[in-house]
Design a protein. Structure first.
Length: 55
């Protein structure tokens, strides 16, 4: 993550996970189109797409 110096006094801001997944690849989670990281929350990724069931 990047440290952005703004009004938040240098604290880390949530941005893309940069390839470091925080959840498993299962239907209902989100995968970043840019770096491939997987997360349960859409806000944690820069280009999220929902993982769908394989039929």
């Amino acid at each position: 993550m990047h440290i952005v110096k703004t009004a938040n006094r240098g604290r880390k801001l949530m941005s893309c996970l940069e390839g470091k997944s925080e959840a498993s690849k299962k239907p209902g989670n989100y995968k970043c189109k840019k770096c491939g990281a997987v997360s349960e929350k859409k806000k944690h990724l820069c280009r999220p797409s929902k993982i769908k069931d394989k039929k």
